[in-house]
Design a binder for this molecule. Sequence first.
Ligand code: GLU
Length: 493
Amino acid sequence: MSEVVRTRYAPSPTGDPHVGNIRSALFSWALARANGGTFILRIEDTDRNRFVEGSVQAIKESLLWLGLDWDEGPDKGGPYGPYFQSERLQLYQDAARRLIEEGKAYRCFCTPERLDQMRAAQQAAKRPPGYDGTCRNIPPDESERRAQSEPFTVRFKMKREGKTVLHDLIRGDIEFDNALQDDFVALKSDGYPTYHLAVVVDDTAMKITHVVRGDEWISSAPKHIQLYEAFGWEPPKWAHLPLILGSDGKKLSKRSGDTALLDYRENGYLPEAMINFLALLGWSLDDRTSIVSRDDLVRHFSLDRVVPNPAVFDIERLNFLNGHYIRAMAPDRWADVVAEWCEKQLPASVPRPIDRNITDAVAPLLQERVAHLTDIAPMTEFLFGYEAPEYEASLLGERLGGEPRAALPIIDAALVALDAIPGSDWDKEHIEAAIRGLEQTVGMKLRKFVPVLYVAEMGRPQGIPLFDSMVLLGRERSLQRLRTARAKAEHAS
Ligand code: GLU
């Protein structure tokens, strides 16, 4: 594409943006970036009943977390602002007035009660819903006069014959039968526009070239197309992204993963993994590549490779990608992530700021093992105290038939073998040799008895490798924790 590309993400602040919605942001952003274009953030806040406090912040934070930077919009400004629709009411009111004057829209004085009755009657008669056109033919002077004293909406006169055709960049042409359309409300009685009027006015005013949005907006397209025609404005190109299905094959819902994007951040996903995952919900680089970075998108994204058929939201794939990006992270960046999550999630009993020497030392061991960043603090906590984090004595016997006392011979043998290692030799090789030697002494496979030692040292039956853990704890603490475990096992009833 050598043309100028201006795209926008135009969320309504009706709650925290969900993953499905953020995919539209990602594809709009990627299209702009791949073409040296401009990406605009516009807040569509004209539905005052649905406004949810805090959602503008959540929208911005979601984009920033993924690194989807906008060139124009809130906090940035730009030549076509303001970028909140509630601050642009005059524009929509002028546009509506122009349509009325040109006979392309009309004031509707029908009361909400009358519209309810109309709908009920349509339903009872099994007729399709839609405005019946009662106010379409009120003469202009009567309309002006009534407007002085009666509340009204402005309805757009939809063409009722022929077809309206949407040229969609992903799906090709989609035809709509105009007979099935009705005169929709463009301006509400409170002077606020509906979505349809506002989106057309703003996409034009902001010189948007490509509208990339979810396929739930396809049915609105004929309204938009006819509005463009009525105004005599050049429409943008439209690309409606494929539906996202849950892995159960049903439309993506909260249960199948369509929750707030920021929940994924809280649950320990990396933005790199999320971008890669969202990118492949409808787009692909080629037929093979499953790992795509933000930079790959900037270099290669094109709408040609977006398919119309539904994409499947497979959480397993996201988990796989998260693991991939954790392992691929540069060691110092990973060490920062480890420190950050320890700071955030270790219990308050661990003194702040968290000791970077400890987190730096354990970071390489975690990098191989962590699936979600939320695993970091629980796997690291044992390194901070003199004793292991609190645990139930019953954990000591869990893999040995249930009796904590069954752990005693193992702990005793471990104490003897480890105590024999002098401080100067306290390293992984010596510890490993001592513990492997216990197979002989206690007559059990390592696999069988090792959970006892994990519990003793870390307070939990698994974690980062035992020998490394004992090196990190040092000789004194490692032995002390075994003695504590011994006392616990002995006194367990
Ligand atoms: N405000 C609409 C939304 O919440 C925007 C739809 C569009 O992109 O045209 O998704």
